[in-house]
Design a protein around this ligand. Sequence first.
Ligand SMILES: *Cc1c(COP(=O)(O)O)cnc(C)c1O
Ligand code: SF4
Length: 404
Amino acid sequence: MNAKSKLRSEELTHLAKEFYKYKIKYLEEHSNKSIINYNKQKLLEYFQASEEDWRNWEWQMKNRVNTTDVLKNIFNMSVDSIANIEKVSSVYRWSVTPYYLSQIRLASNSDPFFLQVIPSICELETWGSNDPMGENSTNPAGAITRRYPDRAIINITNSCPSYCRHCQRRRNIGTYDFDTSISKINDSILYIKQHPEIRDVLVTGGDALTLSDEALDKILWQLNQIPSIEIIRIGTRTPVTLPQRITPQLVKILETYSPIYINTQFNHPLEVTEEASLACKMLVDAGIVMGNQMVFLKNVNNNLYTVQLLNPLLLENRIRPYYIFHPKNIIGTHHFYISVSQGLEIVKGLRGNTSGLAIPTYVYNSENGNGKIPLSPECLAAEEDEECIYIETWEGKKITINKK
Ligand SMILES: *Cc1c(COP(=O)(O)O)cnc(C)c1O
Ligand code: SF4
């Protein structure tokens, strides 16, 4: 090894050091399951249920927690915090699977699980809007949302296993669960049939996988019959909030309609539990291509190391980090909001420090249904003249690119 290479190699090892220390500390935390096991036992006791019930997704759905009674029973929460949850739940409903609830290590705002599913008093702030994506003006038929020439969304349900406090579709979640009516589904299918330029259909909700196997099979079958559809994408957070939903029977159905792409939403590395990993493995082994759409959330993942840990962990599970969404100004979610400049800073920090495969596109979902806009730190930093573009490498070294 020449002296120059040796020096550079030492420099790189030094650059890796701080993150590596953080990673080791995290792995210790991740492998400590004592609190989670304790929570699970308490929940099983509370519901007088068995391990077998726990593994059953329908049991998990039926026993979604939505009263403070269970919280009082399991977590040591103050009277004030319980009163705040009650106050918010009279405005916005909440609901969480026993599985996801059991992952809460600390019933406070420093816990990524707690933050994402337990109502916060901050939700009552009046900041933000109800429909910043203009979904009400992009609905040409049935349950279709169309903002692009060659692809469209079909919303098959409003229900989700757990209601994310940061949800951008808060407005649709309402006060009770309902699946899209058969006639609306049929109208949607007809619209897609009549528009053969649509080649990519996203089946989502809510959470598309809250439907029964039979109902889902029927919709996928209908879509599959349309010759112009090349791929079907499914939007679901069940691998994260209800991994028990991924059963061999479901996988078999999905396999039938290949090519299927599933996009899910892991927001924090601790969400990649053994159960979640297994669910994703079953899907990927069946030839389903998985992607992740993370949302930047203040106090959950708005720091470089959390994302630098999460994304390679997803790759290890054969899930490609696809998008990072900039949070929207949805009413009730102010406490999750971060600035674009902080988001750009984090995405910039990934480049060079981790595999290119672990670097998703950072996107801004524009107002009034005008589509997603990529936000790229490299381009924003670029200076240019007639001849050249001047950019910086991940370490801030200046580079000149000839335009011609
Ligand atoms: C996000 C979105 C899509 C998919 O966009 P991609 O960039 O292809 O992932 C399609 N239709 C609508 C309405 C969307 O909001
Ligand atoms: S799973 Fe998706 S649609 Fe459902 S509450 Fe969470 S973010 Fe909203």
